[in-house]
Design a protein around this ligand. Structure first.
Ligand code: NAD
Length: 496
């Protein structure tokens, strides 16, 4: 595919005037065609509570058709070379890059996230796709002598269903599509009903690049996810979402013994030791607490600060947050905390703010809920040393509210950090790197950082322990999960 052809396609995508959504047409894509649905639905602009343009409402027949076409496409796609798939993946990344300004606006419009965060999501996504294009699962030679060679090879599974959440729909959507396609699978993406538009447009951009049926997208309502997990001809579900839904997905996949990768909720502990330079670590800690209004799985959700510096740290965090963490609409400049993405989540966040107040916990920063009927806004709130069994400590709030907790010994803080069923990310901030690493190695989480939080990369596996998930995404470890390991035994001399 020449770049001219791609640009021709992008001209027809019509992403103009996105800020008011008036020119947006979103369609399901089956076998390389736009397939309209008889009924449509729409989601809500979280910054205004106004309805967004119509989005498709897929039926079970649409899903059956997509699965059939995916199997057909898989026959040829799975036989293509790695180099061919890599070349198309790079073209796809280029096409997204050429359209990114409009797509970033669309992402902000539907998700509410600040435009700057949307840009970061696209920076990551484009980098992820380009890196995926360099990552090959190569055969291993397990044994090789005169008599026989035994290879370990990786065979694609067939048709994958990618179920995407609303909080990070671009990176987490294409973070599934890239590995599925690079390993030779066909894939059907299902965006969240709360954020269908950008994901559908991203599939639309792929139409001129990948063969029909290789990458399809279906948007629908709450029925579509369970249809996918139950479908007898889908071979793997890669799911990102809440722990509660993850358990339903696992139970449903078990009925057909379908593989599933589960990337679920987190309640990350961030541990601050007494030897840190507070001013140096504060900007990153505050950002990794409140960015995207706290609606990221791997943000700092419990901040444990050593008692020797607790008061000083609390004052500095409050000061920094007041000064630098601005709440507002995603298109307003300088905003870090946009609206909560949807009413269901806003109600949960409001309930958490209410619980904190009703329980009489001290508030170091008392953020308001701005419930005016014109957007789902909540200001950053910092809870001062609530009990370990309080809801704000044990539940993932998924909003801009965080508890600060006081600790005194290494053993104690490790036990408290590890005490929950979550295990997605965790971090230790400490000048003494030997102590820091010793603490880090004791934390039960899929990603653990020293003097950082929420680092991710396309070549580094990512996922959770305990109830935060099963399996890994990204990195070659993540690629393997889209394949079956096949042991290939070749006897060489039997007919000599
Ligand atoms: P959710 O579980 O409500 O929905 C996720 C997706 O699953 C959506 O596309 C939804 O339509 C679909 N779905 C809903 N019910 C289903 C069912 N019964 N069967 C199949 N699919 C179904 O999650 P959400 O509210 O969109 O996302 C927020 C949650 O996701 C948070 O808990 C967050 O921590 C978690 N999350 C985890 C990661 C990670 O990588 N570990 C990343 C981002 C978000």
């Amino acid at each position: 595919m020449s770049i001219d052809k791609i640009l021709q396609l992008t001209a027809s995508v019509q992403l103009d005037n996105l800020q008011d959504g008036s020119h947006l047409e979103a369609s399901n894509i089956i076998n390389g065609q736009f397939v309209p649905t008889a009924k449509t639905r729409h989601s809500i602009d979280p910054a205004t509570e106004e309805p967004l343009p119509p989005a498709p409402l897929a039926t079970k027949q649409d899903l059956d058709a997509a699965v059939k076409h995916a199997h057909e496409a898989f026959k040829t796609w799975s036989q293509t070379t790695f180099d061919h798939r890599a070349q198309l993946m790079l073209q796809y990344a280029d096409a997204i890059e050429a359209n990114r300004a409009d797509l970033e606006k669309l992402n902000t419009m539907e998700s509410g996230k600040p435009l700057l965060v949307s840009k970061t999501e696209f920076d990551f996504t484009i980098r992820w796709l380009r890196t995926f294009a360099t990552m090959q699962l190569k055969d291993e030679v397990i044994e090789d002598d005169d008599e026989r060679t035994v290879y370990g090879t990786y065979r694609p599974l067939g048709v994958c269903g990618a179920i995407v959440p609303w909080n990070w729909p671009v990176l987490l959507g294409l973070g599934k599509i890239g590995p599925a396609l690079m390993t030779g699978n066909a894939v059907i993406m299902k965006p969240s009903p709360y954020t269908p538009y950008t994901d559908l447009k991203l599939c639309e951009l792929s139409m001129a690049i990948f063969p029909p049926g290789v990458f399809q997208a279906l948007s629908g309502d709450d029925a579509l996810g369970p249809w996918m997990t139950e479908h007898p001809d889908i071979n793997l579900i890669t799911f990102t979402g809440s722990v509660r839904t993850g358990k339903l997905v696992a139970a449903s996949c078990a009925k057909t013994l379908k593989r599933c990768i589960l990337e679920l909720g987190g309640n990350d502990a961030l541990i601050v030791c007494e030897d840190v330079d507070i001013a140096k670590c504060l900007p990153k800690i505050a950002t990794m607490t409140f960015i995207n209004s706290g609606q990221i799985c791997m943000l700092a959700k419990r901040i444990y600060v050593h008692e020797a510096i607790y008061d000083e740290f609390r004052a500095a965090l409050v000061e920094f947050t007041k000064e630098h963490v601005k709440t507002g609409g995603g298109f307003e400049p300088g905003v870090l905390v946009g609206p909560i993405q949807n009413k269901m989540q806003f109600d949960l966040v409001k309930d958490m703010y209410r619980d904190v107040k009703d329980s009489g916990y001290q508030l170091a920063l008392d953020g308001r809920i701005l419930d005016s009927g014109k957007g789902y806004f909540a200001e950053p709130t910092i809870v001062d040393n609530p009990p370990d069994d309080s809801r704000i400590v044990v539940e993932e709030p998924f909003g801009p509210i965080v508890p600060l907790l006081k600790w005194s010994s290494d053993d104690e803080v490790v036990d408290r950090a590890n005490s929950l069923n979550h295990g997605l990310g965790a971090s230790v901030w400490c000048r003494d790197l030997v102590r820091a690493e010793r603490l880090a190695r004791r934390l039960s989480a899929g990603s653990v950082w020293v003097n950082s939080h929420f680092d991710v990369a396309p070549n580094v596996p990512f996922g959770g322990t305990k109830e935060s998930g099963i399996g890994r995404e990204w990195g070659l470890e993540g690629f393997k999960q889209f394949t079956d390991h096949v042991s290939l035994w070749v006897w060489k001399k039997i007919f000599d």
